[in-house]
Ligand binder design. Structure first.
Ligand SMILES: [Fe+2]
Length: 206
């Protein structure tokens, strides 16, 4: 087993300007380099604080610390999933789903258009800061949508996450102001369905 480590900010698989005009270069830079980085740093600071408390054999406020840790780790993991389930237009972004993911979406939602509508409504109606996520339940063989508040509330434990959309204001305000609906509509033009399909294939193999 490897020795205990820390979290690190993943590099994007595309340039900062590659998702424009859906997500501008300035917005992507700010979102990745500042907001996502803050969750990585926040989680690492807590882990290091707990390491120190262990060394000093000191107590800490478990309730507050684990709540904050869950917020930062949730933020880090969801953003890491988000960057990879996006792709530039013309390089896989916005193409229609195919193979396994297309089949399970059609079976559960009736059609891709209906799925898009339900997922979009989930994203638009998230109260305050949150996420819309497409998950998969292996017990029932159903893709199930999850509306996450903040980064860590309303999460279904053990369901693999296939696709996420960040609807915190920091994800769209610079480009779309308060029009979250317009951002959610534009999101479909840069969804990387090949990555989403890979996630469900990997999940079904486990
Ligand atoms: Fe975000």
């Amino acid at each position: 087993m490897d020795t205990p480590g820390l979290y690190s900010l993943p590099k994007l698989a595309y340039d900062y300007d590659a998702l424009a005009p859906i997500i501008s270069e300035d917005l992507l830079k700010l979102h990745h380099d500042k907001h996502h980085a803050a969750y990585v740093n926040g989680a690492n600071a807590i882990l290091q604080k707990m390491d120190k408390a262990r060394t000093d054999n000191a107590d800490f406020d478990t309730k507050a610390v684990f709540k904050e840790l869950s917020f930062h780790i949730g933020g880090h993991l969801l953003h890491s999933l988000l960057w990879r389930n996006l792709a530039p237009q013309g390089k896989g972004g916005g193409e229609k789903p195919s193979r396994t993911i297309a089949k399970v979406i059609d079976e559960e939602f009736g059609s891709f258009d209906r799925f898009k509508k339900v997922f979009s409504q989930t994203a638009v109606s998230a109260e305050g800061s949150g996420w819309a996520a497409l998950t998969f339940c292996k017990k029932t063989n159903r893709p199930i949508i999850m509306q996450v508040e903040k980064h860590n509330t309303n999460v279904y434990p053990m369901f693999g996450i296939l696709m996420v959309l960040d609807v915190w204001e920091h994800a769209y305000y610079l480009d779309y102001k308060n029009d979250r609906g317009k951002f959610v509509e534009a999101f479909w033009n840069i969804v990387n369905w090949a990555e989403v399909n890979k996630r469900i294939d990997d999940l079904l193999k486990t």
